[in-house]
Design a protein around this ligand. Structure first.
Ligand SMILES: C[S@@+](CC[C@H](N)C(=O)[O-])C[C@H]1O[C@@H](n2cnc3c(N)ncnc32)[C@H](O)[C@@H]1O
Length: 268
């Protein structure tokens, strides 16, 4: 699928997506993935960072609240408009602008760190996006990103549940199929039937790669892998937010931190 077509899908999702995530429907993000991501993040106070595929900017704002000077880029102008509107209401010094992860609108060595929360796997040429992240980082800078877990969210995934509705296994298939732009149609799980009548489902193009494919692309871009993390809900979180209880059986996301060789840039 052409990059311009992918961009059109995200632009079409952007208004509804912003409304739904800000109403709290992205429970995997808010309850599990972002807290895990931030816990894994090295100190960033005083550093300059770029959030790639920032969407409506909720996670970018979290980075700014940790004391970083942050830019956010997204392919979809409507997401950037919503992010800028939130910045106008609560100024955190974030610069949001439209931009393509495959051709970042920044000079070489512009940032101390980069993040990408669940966005790299949505790009058709992830190797190129990783190389772009590498290019805009200073030596010693790091990229930390979250993606759908290549092993547990391949082209086919089904959560198997017992009679009480408890997840006990994850059925997966098509792991070796490098799909390029299969369009998935879905809503956030907590969206009511009423709301589903009002709002069309999201249409999101998928670009699945294997785990070894990701490692290969990260290393080819020039990075040294530093950490992997697979967020798992605690028993207490799974009880409070049953939507994420399936992550006690197998992870939904994979978090990766990789560094551009050089002495690490110290945070203030
Ligand atoms: C699953 S959403 C995640 C949004 C946000 N990072 C978050 O965690 O809430 C994926 C985001 O990637 C963006 N995206 C997709 N392809 C992109 C590209 N080539 N360059 C920049 N952003 C892109 C989409 O517009 C969308 O905002």
């Amino acid at each position: 699928m052409e990059r311009s077509e992918v961009a059109r899908y995200w632009e079409a999702n952007a208004d509804t997506w912003t409304r739904h995530v800000r109403a709290g429907h992205d429970i995997y993000r808010d309850a599990l993935n972002t807290p895990s991501f931030l816990a894994m993040l090295p100190p960033i106070a005083g550093l300059s960072g770029l959030d790639i595929g920032c969407g409506e900017g909720t996670n970018t704002r979290q980075l700014a609240r940790l004391g970083a000077r942050v830019h956010g880029v997204d392919i979809a102008p409507t997401f950037i408009r919503h992010a800028q509107a939130a910045e106008a209401v609560e100024p955190l010094g974030i610069v949001f602008q439209t931009g393509d992860g495959h051709a970042l609108p920044f000079e070489d060595c512009s940032f101390d760190f980069a993040t990408a929360f669940m966005s790299l796997m949505d790009m058709p040429d992830q190797g190129r996006a990783l190389s772009e992240a590498f290019r805009v980082l200073r030596p010693g800078g790091f990229l930390q990103f979250a993606i759908l877990h290549p092993c547990f969210v391949p082209p086919h995934r089904k959560v198997l549940r017992d009679e009480a509705g408890r997840a006990w296994a994850i059925e997966v298939g098509g792991y070796f199929d490098a799909i390029d732009g299969r369009v998935d149609r879905w809503w956030f799980e907590t969206l009511s039937a009423e709301e589903r009548k009002k709002d069309a489902p999201f249409l999101t193009p998928r670009f699945h790669r294997t785990l070894s494919g990701w490692v290969e692309m990260i290393v080819q871009a020039g990075f040294v892998i530093e950490r992997f993390l697979e967020p798992r809900a605690s028993e207490a979180l799974a009880a409070a937010q049953p939507v994420v209880a399936d992550t006690r059986v197998g992870p939904l996301a994979l978090l990766v931190r990789a560094r551009k060789p050089g002495p690490p840039v110290p945070a203030s």
